[in-house]
Design a protein around this ligand. Structure first.
Ligand SMILES: [Mg+2]
Length: 410
C-alpha cells in the first residue's frame, strides 16, 4: 500500500480568481520583459500565462497575472504604475480585468502547416476560414520558415484532425498551396525513422531511364512505362520488360549512371538534419541497388533496398536477381526497417511520389506524397508540391532557423 497522496495544491488561478491581462506593444529592445515583471513584482502578483512574439522589431507581450491583493485600490495602483512604466519606455499598453485562466483549449488538437511559394494573403484567409468552418479554433500561429518556401504553422483545437485534413486538402488544391495536418501531442515528437522512395523523390531522375539512354532504348523503355501507367502491365512485368532492354550493356555504365544521378534540392539538408535529430533514414526503390548502395554510402543512410541488376562477365544480363521490390515490397521493407530500428510503425515517416509508394505511405505513421501524381496525393496523409525535399522538416515542426543554426555550429 502506498501512502495517501497529499491534497491537490489550489491552482494559482481557479476559474473565479480575478486576473489581469497586461498587453504591451511597441519597438523591441533589451529589458522590456524584465522591466514589465519588475513593475508587476511590486504588487506581488502571480504569473498565470505569458506569450511574447517579436515581429519585425515590434514586441507583443501578453502577461496574464493574478489581480493584486487589496481590491480596487491596489488594482488602480498597479494600472497606473504599469502605464507610467510603459510610457517611459514608449510602449503602448492595455490592461484588461477578468477572471480565471485562458479558456481551456478544445480537444482534438492539430498542427496545420501551410507551405506557400509565395504564401498569399488570399490563401491565408481561405485556410483560416476553412479551419473555422470545420469548428476549429486557431490558438496560435507562427512562422517555421521563409526559405525556400514560406511555412507557417497553425495550432488548432476543437476539430477532428481527420475532418480538418479533408477540408483543408480540398482548399489547398484550389489555392495551389500545400497544407499538412497532423495530430498534436507526443506522437509528433516521437517520429524516429524516415523511409524515402528514390526515383523522382530523393533524386530528380528515373534510374531506368538513365540506363536506357546508354543502351539507346529510351523510347522502348518509355513505351513500357506508359503501358504500365495504363494498367496493361503490373510493376513486376514492366520491371522485367524494361530491364530486358538493357541486356548486353557493359558494367562500366553503372559508374556513369551513378555520376549522372541528380539529388533533389534539399535532399542533403533533409538527411543531415534528420540524422542530427536522431532519426534513422532509409531508402526503398523499385530501381537498382547498383545506385541505392552508392547513395547510402554518399549520404550516410541507415537502410537501402532495391532490385539488383544481374551482371555476368562484365555485362548486364537483362535480368534482376533476388527479391523484387514492388508496391507491396516497399511497404514490407518499411516494416522491416522499422523492426530493425526498433521503432513502431506509428513513429515512421514515408515519402514517395508514385502509385508504387502508396502502400508504404499508408503503412507509415505519416505518409508524405512528394510532388506526386493526383492519385497518390489524394491517398496520402499529406502532400508537398514544392520541389524542395527539406520542406518535409517543416511538417515535423522543425524550423528553418533550427536547421541553419545546426549548420552554422557544425
Ligand atoms: Mg518514385
Amino acid at each position: 500500500m502506498s501512502a495517501p497522496l497529499p491534497p491537490p495544491v489550489t491552482p494559482a488561478a481557479g476559474d473565479d480568481v480575478p486576473t489581469l491581462l497586461v498587453k504591451i506593444f511597441g519597438k523591441d529592445r533589451p529589458g522590456i520583459t524584465a522591466g514589465l515583471f519588475d513593475t508587476l513584482a511590486a504588487y506581488a502578483v502571480d504569473v498565470v500565462d505569458i506569450e511574447q512574439v517579436v515581429t519585425r522589431g515590434r514586441i507583443t507581450l501578453c502577461a496574464l497575472v493574478t489581480a493584486p491583493a487589496g481590491g480596487a485600490a491596489a488594482e488602480g495602483g498597479l494600472r497606473s504604475t504599469v502605464h507610467s512604466w510603459a510610457e517611459s519606455m514608449h510602449l503602448q499598453t492595455e490592461i484588461i480585468s477578468g477572471r480565471g485562466d485562458n479558456r481551456p483549449r478544445g480537444t482534438g488538437r492539430s498542427h496545420v502547416t501551410v507551405l506557400g511559394h509565395p504564401l498569399t494573403a488570399e490563401s491565408t484567409a481561405a485556410i483560416a476560414a476553412r479551419i473555422t468552418g470545420t469548428g476549429g479554433n486557431i490558438d496560435r500561429i507562427f512562422r517555421l520558415a521563409k526559405y525556400p518556401v514560406t511555412a507557417v504553422e497553425f495550432a488548432v483545437s476543437g476539430a477532428e484532425t481527420e475532418a480538418l485534413r479533408t477540408a483543408l486538402a480540398i482548399e489547398a488544391a484550389k489555392l495551389g498551396v500545400d497544407v499538412a495536418v497532423v495530430a498534436a501531442g507526443l506522437q509528433r515528437r516521437a517520429q524516429r525513422l524516415v523511409v524515402m522512395d528514390v526515383d523522382s523523390t530523393l533524386i530528380q531522375d528515373e534510374v531506368i531511364e538513365l540506363f536506357a539512354a546508354h543502351a539507346g532504348c529510351e523510347a522502348e523503355v518509355a513505351e513500357v512505362t506508359a503501358r504500365a501507367m495504363r494498367g496493361e502491365l503490373d510493376f513486376e512485368q514492366s520491371l522485367h520488360a524494361r530491364v530486358a532492354l538493357l541486356e548486353g550493356l557493359p558494367e562500366s555504365v553503372v559508374d556513369k549512371v551513378r555520376a549522372e544521378v541528380r539529388l533533389t534540392p534539399g535532399a542533403r539538408t533533409l538527411i543531415r538534419t534528420l540524422k542530427r535529430l536522431g532519426f534513422q533514414v532509409g531508402v526503398v526503390s523499385g530501381g537498382f541497388t547498383q545506385v541505392t548502395d552508392d547513395l547510402r554510402e554518399r549520404l550516410g543512410l541507415d537502410f537501402a533496398s532495391a532490385n539488383t541488376l544481374e551482371i555476368v562477365d562484365g555485362r548486364l544480363t537483362g535480368r534482376v536477381t533476388g527479391e523484387i521490390v514492388d508496391r507491396a515490397g516497399k511497404a514490407r521493407l518499411l516494416r522491416r526497417f522499422a523492426a530493425e530500428a526498433g521503432v513502431p510503425l506509428s513513429q515512421t515517416v514515408a515519402i514517395g511520389d508514385g502509385a508504387n509508394d502508396l502502400d508504404m505511405l499508408n503503412a507509415a505513421g505519416l505518409g508524405v506524397a512528394f510532388n506526386a501524381k493526383p492519385v497518390v496525393r489524394e491517398a496520402a496523409h499529406t502532400a508537398v508540391n514544392v520541389p524542395f525535399l527539406d520542406t518535409v522538416l517543416y511538417l515535423l515542426g522543425v524550423t528553418r532557423e533550427e536547421v541553419e543554426a545546426a549548420n552554422t555550429h557544425e
